[in-house]
Write a protein that binds this ligand. Structure first.
Ligand code: ATP
Ligand code: MG
Length: 361
């Protein structure tokens, strides 16, 4: 098949590499430079977007903010309604989808102006997280409100653009479910991944390391089923959850979804017989979804660092991935997957390397 991916960042590159290894052809469309690129080099091809769309059998994406002209021009090349997917870039539509699908999420309300936000803050009975409706990522476009804060001041700051105010959740930990849905409705999910964030950015993920809690896994897959069925989704999608309560009382609240491959699924490049990128290509091209075989793996993000130290490149238990991006504090420029026997060794790797690999803003 011929696949055009919208986006030429690291996710587009890794999707493209997987497409090629399955015998497909691919092109990437950069939404930053509005040019078509090959996978193999950072050069622009002298073909137009319209020509690339005409060439492609199907169009997929690395990020859901699909430009409006592509939505229109490639409409019959998508395997699902891309406008519905794009609508999820607005947190209000995303939260409404959760409510419509009856998946549990933190209670929320919307505001359009600073005045509306101030009323919400004046009446708040508990701490809140304010999130701009559009444009947030890696913790950007978010504000915390605790009872000691001044509603007036924060409303002026956060109320410059419409957003949502949701209850601050005192979670035990954060986990994500990465999985794929095929056109025929079958699904295939990795076990819940434990994610640890630092200043709003994913620092590291534990894949196939924590014992699977069957009740939580079942709850997560039920959420996945409901959301992907509602979207008639084809491909990989990730759900971020908060775990609230402990032991038998533990339950999940959906934080947000990413209708695409996801950073917390990068460990599968080392720790699974089928990576999340391969899984996406299989779903997209109508191949059966596999039975997964997994090995415990910790993924540490490389954030803002100039390079990955030689000691990590040259270790038998590590797979280093460098994205060829200009390092800036807070910017993801690579990741390191480490095969690990158990949680303790994983956390020893994290203790030894995370600080050296991460320059946060
Ligand atoms: P991403 O880069 O994953 O898209 P994001 O910036 O879009 O992240 P969220 O995932 O909504 O935004 O929030 C970032 C982090 O902030 C969460 O992983 C979590 O640690 C914290 N957070 C967000 N919402 C809440 C909440 N309601 N209660 C407590 N913590 C929260
Ligand atoms: Mg998030």
């Amino acid at each position: 098949m011929k696949i055009l991916f919208i986006g030429d960042g690291q996710l587009g590159q890794m999707l493209g590499a997987s497409a090629i290894s399955h015998g497909h052809e691919c092109l990437l469309f950069s939404t930053r430079t509005n040019t078509v690129k090959p996978l193999s080099a950072q050069i622009d091809l002298s073909i137009t977007l319209a020509e690339a769309i005409a060439w492609a059998d199907t169009v997929s994406w690395e990020h859901e903010d699909i430009p409006a002209d592509i939505l229109a021009a490639a409409h019959d090349k998508f395997l699902m309604d891309p406008a519905r997917i794009k609508s999820l870039t607005d947190r209000r539509a995303e939260k409404k989808l959760f409510d419509d699908c009856r998946v549990p999420t933190s209670p929320w309300q919307t505001y359009r102006t600073a005045d509306e936000l101030k009323k919400i803050l004046d009446n708040a009975e508990q701490p809140l997280v304010l999130k701009a409706a559009r444009g947030g990522y890696d913790g950007k476009g978010q504000w915390r409100f605790s009872m000691a804060d001044s509603p007036q001041e924060l409303a002026q700051q956060a109320g410059q653009a419409p957003g949502i105010a949701e209850h601050m959740i005192p979670f035990e930990r954060e986990v994500s479910l990465v999985g794929a849905r095929s056109k025929d409705g079958s699904i295939c999910c990795y076990p819940l991944i434990t994610n640890v964030h630092d200043r709003g950015i994913l620092s590291y993920s534990l894949g196939a390391i924590d014992p699977v809690d069957p009740a939580l896994q079942q709850q997560a897959e039920e959420c996945f089923r409901r959301l992907t069925d509602a979207l008639h989704y084809v491909g990989v999608l990730a759900i971020e959850f908060f775990v609230v309560g402990t032991d038998n009382e533990a339950t999940l609240l959906v934080n947000e979804i990413a209708p695409r491959v996801h950073n917390s699924g990068h460990w599968t490049m080392t720790g699974a017989n089928t990576s999340q990128f391969d899984l996406h290509i299989r779903a997209l091209t109508g191949m059966p979804l596999p039975l997964l075989r997994l090995e415990p793996t910790v993924m540490i993000n490389v954030i803002g660092a100039e390079q990955i130290p030689a000691g990590l490149w040259h270790h038998a238990d590590t797979d280093c991935h460098w994205y060829n991006k200009e390092p800036r504090p807070g910017r993801k420029v690579g990741h390191v997957n480490i095969r690990t026997a158990n949680r303790d060794t994983a956390l020893t790797w994290v203790a030894q390397w995370a600080e050296k690999l991460q320059v946060l803003a």
